[in-house]
Design a binder for this molecule. Structure first.
Ligand code: FES
Length: 153
């Protein structure tokens, strides 16, 4: 191979490499991430998701509550039957504030704008910022041994 031919072939190789990397760098518009539909709303996990609580160490006394996996669990009675507990969404439908159980007044209260709900999810008090909220989602519960399971719907 002559020196001129070698240089020409080398130049062609470099040109092909540059073109390839440019095409790769540009990518395709089909790779754009798409926002997940139905996001937000404060509902926690997706429908059908199961969230467990260990009744051997959690929710031991009437009035105890905890938020886990997007679910607010509340013990409303003694015993470990499913009917001894309530499970609702853990974040407020208004603007996503954390919900807490207030045993003294038997309501679920938002920590952000103080809206209040019953254990069936009904609204007792609207947010104190002049906004409006909607009813809470209430989830089905089951007990197996010492495991309490809520199914997000
Ligand atoms: S976020 Fe709960 S009342 Fe506003």
């Amino acid at each position: 191979m002559e020196r001129n031919e070698f240089i020409k072939s080398l130049g062609l190789g470099i040109a092909l490499v540059c073109t390839g990397s440019c095409m790769t760098g540009c990518g395709s518009k089909g790779d754009d991430p798409t926002p997940a539909p139905g996001g937000g709303g404060g509902g926690g996990g997706s429908a059908g998701t199961k969230v467990n609580v260990d009744l051997g160490s959690q929710l031991l006394t009437v009035g105890a509550f905890l938020a886990s996996g997007g679910v607010l669990f509340i013990r409303t009675a003694t015993g470990n039957a499913a009917s001894s507990f309530v499970a609702t969404q853990a974040s407020c439908p208004h603007q996503g504030g954390a919900l807490n159980w207030v045993q003294a007044s038997n309501v679920i209260q938002c920590s952000l704008h103080s809206s209040k709900y019953t254990t069936t999810g009904s609204i007792v008090a609207q947010p104190n910022d002049g906004g409006t909220t909607s009813a809470l989602k209430v989830y089905a519960l089951a007990v197996s041994g010492t495991t309490l399971t809520a199914t997000i719907s």
